[in-house]
Design a protein. Structure first.
Length: 410
């Protein structure tokens, strides 16, 4: 083993040891109550912590700037997407952005140093990322204050960064009011993901949505969110809350140890990616519209899941190695089904993602033929959501910090 490789292995192992400390809350019990462990803060946020390295596009107006990134990586070696013929034409950099993108800035990831092995020509990012980040920071502090304890500054910053980055990249078409509401939900998601095995009761949800406050105290946070979303728009809010309950409830149950096929795994794990976009963009579809775009929505849900799994696998694998955490990931499913290596499994998952993109483009082209504006707007929103999720995944500090060479340098 060469010196460079040896140094990286040592650094990776060190990061593996730090993963749980960085991303999980710390117990409030100390040997000496007057000397808490180093780097711990109470439910306050250190606003001086640097959150970015590279500022992408500076413009004359704050709304023409795009959010900074620290990392960029591709989990698959030598990955080059098969080129489709003019895929997703509305995303082409040569085309003027549609009116529906008035709240977003276009990004060309490959020109920003972000590996982009996909058929999506570009992606979008919300113009309101500064305001969203400010609201996210304040809400995270409010939410963590409901659970007495001390939290590492890195953990708090990771929640904020993850929630903001996913929202402004995956749902960039929303107006500012709706995004400020949605960011609270994304913080709730990230806390649920981190605390699912910690007997935490801040992220408890009821079994259904009925539009009435639940009396149980463990639903306090959910009740506050539900009231806000339902008062903004009852129909869209109810659908959004139903997707929240479905996702969090599934995460809080023990999954099967094995899956017969990758398709079975995707059916088990895929979540509704359209509900958040509908709420952000104030879209209400008729039953006819929903049926017409159902296949595309299903494809986008698969793309969203497989992309997150592919990019988060390294983090999950190290957490398993160092702490015994279970891995529920498409890469591991493929590895077991095909009895192949991790690298080969990741390459296979990438191939599946590309095939999903091909089907997404075909379905979008079909809709272009005679679909009404409402269906096309919804379809474009779903595709932008999938593309934005890929940009988020490729630049996500939570995923990238354990990957060699992922840190960007000015």
């Amino acid at each position: 083993m060469g010196k460079k490789q040896k140094d990286w292995v040592e650094e990776r192992n060190k990061l593996g040891d730090e993963l749980r400390d960085d991303y999980l809350p710390i117990s409030t019990t100390f040997k000496d109550e007057n000397t808490p462990p180093k780097n711990l803060v109470e439910t306050t946020i250190d606003t001086d912590i640097p959150t970015a390295t590279i500022e992408l596009n500076q413009g004359p107006s704050p709304q023409n700037r795009t959010r900074n990134i620290q990392y960029a990586f591709d989990p698959v070696d030598n990955a080059t997407a098969k080129q489709l013929s003019s895929p997703f034409s509305f995303l082409s950099p040569e085309n003027i952005p549609l009116p529906v993108f008035q709240h977003a800035n276009r990004l060309v990831p490959s020109s920003l140093g972000v590996p982009w092995p996909t058929s999506f020509p570009t992606t979008f990012q919300s113009k309101y990322w500064v305001e969203v980040e400010e609201r996210t920071r304040a809400y995270t502090q409010e939410l963590l204050a409901l659970r007495p304890g001390k939290y590492q500054a890195k953990y708090i910053e990771a929640v904020i960064d993850g929630a903001v980055s996913l929202l402004v990249n995956a749902v960039p078409m929303g107006n500012l009011t709706r995004l400020k509401s949605l960011t609270k939900l994304y913080v709730f998601f990230f806390l649920s993901d981190d605390l699912v095995n910690s007997n935490n009761r801040v992220t408890m949800v009821p079994s259904h949505v009925d539009g009435k406050d639940e009396q149980e105290p463990e639903y306090t946070v959910y009740n506050m969110l539900a009231k806000e979303f339902l008062s903004e728009d009852f129909v869209q809010g109810k659908r959004l809350l139903e997707s929240v309950i479905s996702w969090i409830s599934a995460a809080q149950h023990t999954p099967p140890e094995t899956f017969p096929t990758l398709e079975d795994y995707m059916a088990y794990r895929a979540s509704d990616v359209g509900a958040g976009m509908e709420f952000a963009c104030d879209i209400t579809l008729s039953n006819t519209d929903i049926e017409a775009v159902e296949h595309l929505r299903s494809l986008c849900e698969k793309h969203f899941l497989l992309t997150n799994d592919l990019y988060s696998y390294a983090k999950e694998a190290i957490a398993e190695q160092e702490h015994g955490d279970s891995v529920l990931n498409a890469v591991r499913v493929v590895q077991r089904l095909m009895n192949t290596s991790e690298n080969s499994s990741k390459a296979i998952v990438r191939q599946v993602i590309w095939d999903v993109e091909r089907q997404m483009n075909e379905e979008y082209e079909r809709l272009l033929q005679d679909a009404p504006k409402s269906q096309l707007t919804y379809a474009q929103g779903l595709i932008v959501c999938a593309a934005g999720n890929m940009f988020f995944s490729a630049t996500c500090a939570r995923y990238a910090r354990v990957v060699e060479g992922s840190r960007l340098h000015v």
